[in-house]
Design a protein around this ligand. Sequence first.
Ligand code: PLP
Length: 375
Amino acid sequence: MDHAATTPVAPEVLEAMNPYFSEKFGNSASLHYFGREAENALEDARRYIAKFFGVKPEEIFFTSGGTEADNLALKGIASAFGKGHIITSQIEHHAILHTAKWLENHGFDVTYLPVDKYGFVNPEDVEKTIRKDTILVSIMHANNEIGTIEPIEEIGKICRKYGVYFHTDAVQTVGKIPIPTKNIDLLSSSAHKLYGPKGVGLLYIKNGVKIEPIQHGGGHERGMRSGTENVAGIVGFAKAIELAKKHMDKEAKRLSALRDELIKETLKIGDSWLNGHPTKRLPGNAHFGFKFIEGEALILLLDEMGIAASTGSACSSKSLKPSHVLTAIGLKPEEAHGSLRLTLGKDNNEEDIKYAADAIQDVVEKLRKISPFKK
Ligand code: PLP
C-alpha cells in the first residue's frame, strides 16, 4: 500500500522491454541495422506517448525520470531567460523545491505560494503574484503526500492570459486521472509510478517554448537532453501508458471505492483525521493523522504485519523533520509526526482494505497505550 513511492513493473511491460536489453540492443544514434531498429522502437514509443497526451511527438523529451524532468523544466527555462521570477507552491516535490532554491542562489526570484487546509493552491493567488518579469509558474497536478488534485486547468488559463509559461509535475497523475494538457506548456512524468520501470521519464515541452538544455553532449533528444536513450525503459514506459489508458477509468473508480472504504473504517479510530480533500484527491490515496503517536513507529509495526505504508513521501521518510506539505496545510509539528499514507494500486483488493483497517486500529491502540503524550 505504498504505490505513490513506486509500483511493480507490469508483466506486459517487462515482456515488451526484454528484447531491447539483448537481441535488439542497438544505440538509436547508430546508422546501421541495430541502430535503426532501436530508433524505430524509440520513435514508436514517442509517437504513442505523444498521442496519449494529445501532443506532437517532437514535443516529448525522454529523461531519466521525474526529478530530471522537473530540473530540466525549471533550470532550462531559467537558463533561456537569464533572470526573472518563478512562481511555485510550498507543497511541491523536492525535485521542484530544491531546484527552485538552487535557482534563488543563482539570482532568480522565487515565490512559494501557500495552500489552504486541503492543500489547494488558489488560482487567484497565482494571478496576483504574476509580475512583469515572471518567466514560469510550476504547480503540481496532484500532491504525492496528501493526494490533493490541484486546479491546474484554471492556473493554466491564467498563465496563458498573462503569457507566462506553465509547468506541471504530473508524476503522480499520469495514467491515474485524465491530464488536461490544453494550457500546459511543460509537463513532467515518470514511468515507475505507473507500473513501468524506474529511471525513465519525460518532459513535454510545447513547441515554441523558450528553453535551453541543462545536460550537454551528443545532442540526443533533438539537443534538449544529451545521453544515449534508455530504449528498453522508454519502450516499457510506452507499454505502461498503453495499459494505464486501457484500465484508467475502471481502475480509478475501483481504487476510489477502496480508498473511501479505508478512510471510513480508519476514521472510526478516535483522535484521527484525514489529510487532504475528501473527494478531490488521487483515487488510491488515503492520508491520516493520529494524535499521540509517531508515524515512524506506526510504519514499523504495520511492516511487521505485512503492510507497506509511508509517513509521507518516500524521499523524506528517513528524515525526522515534519513534512513540508503537512506544515503547509497548517498542521502543528506534533500533528504532522503522527501521519500515515496508504496508496493503493492494482493488486490491492477489498480483503487488503479490511486487513489494513483492522491492523491500523490495533497498532494505533497499542502505541497509544505506551505513548508518553497520552494521559
Ligand atoms: N515529482 C513527484 C510529485 C513525485 O512523486 C516524484 C517521485 O516520488 C518525483 C517528482 C520524482 O520522480 P522520479 O522518482 O522519477 O525521479
